[in-house]
Design a protein. Structure first.
Length: 82
């Protein structure tokens, strides 16, 4: 079940990737709680069956962010000449 969930996450459902990767740590010796958690992940997939992964492909607008101008010639090590 974890392998199938990893496959779905690699197809683009990144919102559950952390939960799935955490569960893969217990792949060799799973307990009942781990089975319950992976069932809840598949329940999420069933609930979001019609949902499609949405990725933004345009560049973000950084024009409103102020970039400070630092004077790197003066440091705690003394004055430097350039």
């Amino acid at each position: 079940m974890i392998g199938a969930a990893q496959w779905v996450a690699s197809l683009g459902h990144l919102e559950v990737a952390t939960a799935i990767m955490t569960l893969t740590r217990f792949d060799s010796a799973p307990l009942q709680g781990h089975l319950d958690h992976i069932k809840s992940v598949f329940g999420y997939f069933e609930k979001m069956r019609q949902a499609k992964p949405q990725l933004r492909v345009n560049w973000p607008d950084f024009s409103t962010i102020l970039i400070p101008n630092h004077d790197w010639t003066r440091t705690i090590y003394g004055t430097m000449e350039m």
